[in-house]
Design a protein around this ligand. Structure first.
Ligand code: PHE
Ligand code: FE
Length: 289
């Protein structure tokens, strides 16, 4: 399964007990009843919350992957379905992995996930991604063909970028799409970013609060925009569809974009540019009949 070069392995020594590609066994039978209970609680709460807020592809993914409030999923079982649908699989890792390792996994359609789950005291907030964020938040959309293409292409872009100067800007693109992306659906907005979808508070705030900016997605604008990791976002970017996102990123030649990025300054969060297209929160739209 492992696809890394000797160079990459040398630069990124894996911790004790992990493979050279940083993967570890999920050890599903080691999860306690209480841990499965936390999954179920979070799952039920979020599915209810997301029903009329999330991009339909997410709910479809939950369904076709057979995700249920039935305990923490066994990656092996999940992967059987996921592989068949889009060729993606989920692999367990001990925590945050080096960028080079992360990109290589994505480029080969492997999504890295934490195996641990948050405690009952951390239901609403935790610093490091756990199996609920990683699997519930990220994996359903990997069953969507266009999203699956985007994620692989992103991994390939990361591999090409290596330790180079554009890595930080690529990270912003991931942040504002994969983690905190919104999508337009008619005159309303829907969620799809995993960081929002797995958060009870932000899955309300991102659509309904009058505070944050919701800016029409533009590759250059997004890659110039700084982000904050310790609060709800102060700006979100709104895509039209996953197909459109693929067209603007995976199918586009980034050579010119990288060149422009090198010349342009970063944009602080919560900045309005005259060229921005802004969307109002759903709460200011008339309720749908
Ligand atoms: N198509 C981009 C390039 O030419 C790579 C890319 C794909 C970047 C997907 C971001 C997301 O380098
Ligand atoms: Fe994430």
């Amino acid at each position: 399964m492992e696809t890394l070069s000797a160079e990459t392995i040398r630069r990124n020594p894996a911790p004790e007990g992990a493979g050279v590609d940083w993967t570890i066994p999920q050890r599903w039978s080691d999860y306690t009843r209480a841990e499965h209970g936390i999954w179920n609680l979070l799952f039920e709460r979020q599915v209810k919350q997301l029903r009329d807020r999330v991009a339909p592809a997410f709910l479809k993914g939950i369904k076709v992957l057979g995700l249920e409030p039935n305990g923490i999923p066994r990656f092996e079982d999940l992967n059987e379905r996921l592989r068949e649908l889009t060729g993606w699989s989920v692999v367990a890792v001990p925590g945050i992995v080096p960028e080079e390792i992360f990109f290589d996994h994505l480029a080969h359609r492997r999504f890295v996930a934490g195996r641990f789950i948050r405690t009952a005291a951390q239901l609403d907030y935790l610093q490091e991604p756990d199996v609920f964020h990683d699997v519930f938040g990220h994996v359903p959309l990997l069953a969507d063909p266009a999203y699956a293409t985007y994620m692989q292409a992103y991994g390939e872009a990361g591999v090409r970028a290596r330790q180079g100067p554009v890595l930080g800007q690529l990270a912003r693109l991931y942040w504002y799409t994969v983690e905190f992306g919104l999508m337009r659906a008619g005159d309303r907005l829907q969620l799809f970013g995993a960081g929002i979808v797995s958060s009870n508070g932000e899955s309300q705030y991102a659509l309904d609060s009058p505070d944050p900016l919701r800016i029409g997605f533009d590759v250059l604008r997004t890659m110039r925009t700084e982000y904050e990791i310790d609060s709800f976002q102060k700006n979100y970017f709104v895509i039209e569809s996953f197909e459109d996102l693929v067209r603007l990123t995976a199918d586009a030649d980034f050579t010119d974009i990288y060149e422009e990025l090198a010349r342009l300054p970063s944009i602080p969060v919560a900045t309005r540019l005259p060229t921005d297209i802004l969307f109002p929160p759903n709460s200011l739209r008339a309720a749908r009949a």
